[in-house]
Ligand binder design. Sequence first.
Ligand SMILES: [Zn+2]
Length: 272
Amino acid sequence: MADDAPGTAAWASSGPPAAGRPAAPMRELTEVAPGVWTATAEIWTSLTTVVVGDDGACLVVDPGITVAEVAALARAIRDRGWSVAAGFSTHPHWDHLLWAAELGDGPRWATRRGAEHALADRPDVLAKTEAAAPGHDRDLTGMVQPLPDGASTLPWDGPRVVVVGHEAHCPGHAGLVIPHAGVLLAGDMLSDLEIPLLDVEAVDPIGDYRTALDALESAAREHGVDVLVPGHGHVGNAAELARRLQADRAYLDGLVAGRTSTDPRLALPAHT
Ligand SMILES: [Zn+2]
């Protein structure tokens, strides 16, 4: 709700907390494609995705930001009779590296390079987490493990999930495609709210970004994607995916040409 401060949320409709054990608030989940559900965080329009198999085993991608909403996600999953089999971090920025004990101790994957950076940047990740979303379990934050070498899909028993690794925005970034549902989870790419945020420490940030857009577009075409879920922003259809690809490429072209951008996303608040 708009008048809620960060860290609060509506209580579950099941009534007041049981004595001695505060109930977690509920987290609203929306099914954007068969077996693919999203939840929006309280800040930065951050999107969490839950991919659910026929048996209820699910994959949690980028669980959310505040302690309360990550716990609420776990409760929403449990209340639907699902169980968390695994997690995935799209890239090693702190707001995509969070977890809660209630989500279980299944594997939490990232790309190999993403996991390396999560480990190397751990002090910075912990400091940023504590500053913006205090109270997370430090033993869980950022503790992702690399996918097996050469893995092009996630090694789990649930729906097939294709990994599209690239180096745009930050090292070891990956989009995920769920072919049977026609969904692309884009991480911090293809947002309707954020311009392309470059990895300015890379040798060729713009080249990396263009390569990544090409890879995501190619994967989307190959697997018939018609639902786009960005890491921050709003879910879009196939036309919106095409529009965002065009907008991001136009922004990059403008940067190279030294033109003043008229991209309307520049008028919106950015977070990183
Ligand atoms: Zn990011």
